[in-house]
Design a binder for this molecule. Structure first.
Ligand SMILES: [Zn+2]
Length: 286
């Protein structure tokens, strides 16, 4: 029990035909919710320091708080930087993150390759695996021409071969957030094709709002890490609202109810992704 090598974790998921959940921390209570869910479901977990928390709390404080809560738990965890820009990934490596995602997807293709390759060189020198992104992931309900957002199969092959990334986040119909309109169906065939040419585990961001059968099909096609945030945030919020709908209460009481509901929502995700009950098979800390 404790810190797990993310490569080992994803390799076990790939061999076992399941996926591991990656969820954002936002404060002590949400971080606790994630590790409590991991303990309860006997599931490994990626504790993600994401895009919103960094300007709010600062990278170091977010990392140290997450680390402390994780270390005091029985969970098998990875502390992961989500969507790190260039400067931030190096700061995260120095701080001791177990895993990083470098996001160069906004760059022209050749620049994304060149900068991702540099990040991989440095991170690997420190023994840290790298997730990168290819293709564009829109925000929920943004008007998009999907053809220009999807990850291109031939580009994915070149990108992985030339950068040496460990995991690849792809765009196949997912969005960040939960769409109000009916969601774009996932392009499962594209996942299979990208998996076939890259040979590495794939990642889907924005997994909130994806129908369960599509989550399972994506896993069978080669996705072994799902990032989900929105559904868990809604669970936390519903707990706070439920307490405050009874009149003014202490913040702690509201946050405790939020935490409890977020634990339940996270356990549901772990069951859906198939990582619940898998900690014993990881053979760590035994
Ligand atoms: Zn993302």
């Amino acid at each position: 029990m404790g810190k797990v090598d993310p490569r080992h974790l994803i390799e076990a998921a790939s061999n076992g035909g399941y996926a591991v959940g990656a969820f954002n921390m936002h404060n002590p209570e949400t971080t606790e919710a994630l590790v409590l869910a991991a303990e309860k479901a006997h599931a490994p977990v990626f504790l993600q320091v994401g895009r919103a928390i960094v300007p709010h709390l600062g990278l170091r404080k977010a990392y140290e708080m997450t680390k402390r809560i994780a270390e005091e738990s029985e969970a098998d965890y990875v502390i992961h930087l989500d969507h790190g820009p260039w400067e931030e990934v190096f700061e995260a490596i120095q701080l001791g993150f177990d895993s990083i995602m470098y996001d160069g997807a906004h760059l022209p293709f050749e620049d994304n390759i060149a900068s991702t390759r540099k990040v991989v060189e440095v991170a690997h020198a420190f023994g840290i695996p790298v997730e990168a992104e290819l293709g564009k992931i829109p925000d929920a309900d943004e008007e998009v021409d999907w053809a220009s957002y999807y990850t291109d199969v031939a580009q994915a092959e070149r990108f992985v071969a030339e950068t040496g990334v460990d995991f690849l986040a792809i765009s196949v119909g997912i969005v960040h957030g939960v769409p109000l309109a009916s969601p774009q169906p996932l392009d499962i065939q594209r996942i299979e094709e990208i998996k076939a040419v890259t040979g590495i585990p794939l990642v889907l961001h924005g997994a909130s709002g994806v129908p369960e059968d599509e989550v399972r099909a994506a896993t069978a096609a080669g996705v072994h890490k799902f990032n989900a945030d929105t559904d868990l945030r809604h669970a936390f919020r519903s707990g706070i609202e439920a307490v405050w709908s009874n009149g003014d209460r202490q913040l702690e009481e509201a946050m405790a109810e939020g935490r409890e509901r977020m634990v339940r929502a996270t356990v549901e995700k772990m069951e859906l992704y198939g990582c619940a009950g898998r900690t014993a098979q990881l053979g760590v800390g035994a």
